[in-house]
Write a protein that binds this ligand. Structure first.
Ligand code: FAD
Length: 380
């Protein structure tokens, strides 16, 4: 088995925290990955699948188990019945942004808005990654998994993955375990072949998020460049020389609240309906208008609302760059939602800052922000 000498997880995670695990196995091929996982599961010991380490917050102590690092790569074109679409099967350890660059260069649309997200393809469905109005859910066909409960390789369609806002059946949310403990071996996406010529940015959420005017023309490459520039300005593209990127991305999730609770927040607080397509205007033709407005559809009226966690943090008095006295952890100077390691910060220092942010937001707005990264051996 391709064991490597254990090194601190602080060197394998973008938030740069984490102690030394008992064992690290580097799986470069699918056979190595499957054998390593089956071997670990047979022992009943603790294990952790590791991709790029960009969505993990790991405690400072020794990890008493085995870390299996997923280093498989490869993109394969597979048949599809959908005309005008191309289906790709990608190995789990493939770099996500390298996949996006590959798709954009080949004129394949559907993931260009997710340019610059760090990490691996196999981890992308785990929290249904998304940015600028696109989510992997929109192009995901199926995943091939190795399931811990049986040790079998199974292909699971996207509809059965419980995909939602930064969640799936594979994600271990803080305080709970994954619904379906498994390791993703490969991911199949279906992307539209639109070519490399300029075209109207049809995807309305992407167009608005990127600030294109209605009817504006752009190539997939233009969209990718615009996304990367916007992300760099917020410290959301990994850069070893920029401590604002030594983070796990957004540390807190945008909060999902009831419409009643949303009404208690200041009107300036940015918010979005969870199901934008449901929120339509009712148009009554004048000839049919009898002076009585129909009662609002209660199912629609009950749509939950997504609230900007970054806005809540800044309006709870915590400016970008904020840190506690003598702490080496700080909010990013570019983006209040990212907790960053300014150099040698321990997990305890980052957790202390995270708890402080939670307490301030709770005291100001009555809402407890939930962490987005997967927490391992660390408590908030
Ligand atoms: C600067 C920065 C910007 C970011 N921006 C975004 C963004 O815009 N949108 C967004 O959604 N996320 C964002 N993230 C979060 C992160 O990049 C994504 O969640 C990414 O998909 C994590 O991939 P990874 O390979 O690094 O996963 P890891 O951090 O290695 O793992 C994350 C979790 O997935 C599990 N896992 C890893 N690989 C597999 C696998 N093959 N099968 C099953 N489980 C697996 C791990 O055990 C762990 O629980 C950002 C992070 C950073 C640091």
């Amino acid at each position: 088995m391709p064991d490597i000498d254990p090194i601190p997880l602080a060197r394998l995670t973008t938030l740069r925290t984490g102690g030394v695990p008992e064992r690290i196995i580097d799986a470069h091929s699918r056979d190595e990955l499957v054998a390593a996982l089956r071997g670990e599961w047979a022992t009943g010991e603790r294990w952790l699948a590791l991709g790029g380490g960009s969505n993990l917050f790991v405690g400072d102590g020794e990890f008493d188990g085995t870390v299996v690092r997923i280093l498989t790569t490869g993109i394969q074109r597979v048949p599809t019945a959908a005309s005008g679409f191309v289906r790709l099967r990608i190995e789990a350890g493939h770099d996500w942004d390298a996949l996006v660059a590959f798709a954009v260069a080949g004129g394949l649309a559907g993931i260009e808005g997710m340019s610059g997200i760090p990490g691996t393809v196999g981890a992308a469905p785990v929290q249904n990654v998304g940015a600028y109005g696109q989510e992997i859910e929109q192009t995901l066909v199926e995943v091939e998994i190795l399931e811990e409960s049986t040790g079998d390789v199974v292909v699971v369609p996207a509809a059965d993955l419980g995909l939602g806002f930064r969640t799936s059946v594979f994600k271990a949310h803080y305080g709970s375990v994954a619904e379906r403990p498994s390791v993703i071996l490969s991911v199949t996406l279906e992307l539209e072949h639109v070519g490399n010529a300029p075209r109207i940015v049809h995807d309305e959420r992407l167009r608005m998020a990127l600030g294109y005017a209605p009817g504006a023309l752009a190539t997939l490459g233009d969209v990718r460049e615009r996304v990367l520039a916007m992300r760099r300005a917020k410290g959301m593209v990994l850069d070893a020389s920029d401590p604002d990127t030594h983070s796990a991305g957004s540390f807190f999730q945008n909060a999902i609240v009831s419409p009643e609770f949303a009404r208690t927040l200041p009107v300036e607080c940015p918010r979005w309906p969870i199901r934008p397509d449901d929120v339509t205007e009712t148009v009554i033709p004048l000839a049919e208008y009898d002076g009585v407005l129909p009662v609002r559809d209660t199912a629609r009226a009950g749509s939950d609302v997504k609230i900007s966690a970054g806005w809540l943090i800044e309006h709870a008095g915590l400016r970008k760059g904020f840190s506690l006295p003598r702490s080496r952890a700080a909010l990013s100077t570019k983006h209040a939602l990212a907790l960053t390691n300014r150099g040698g910060a321990s997990a305890a220092e980052l957790a202390e800052l995270a708890r402080f942010v939670q307490r301030r937001v709770h005291a100001e707005f009555g809402l407890l922000l939930q962490p987005e990264p997967v927490l391992v051996d660390v408590e908030l």
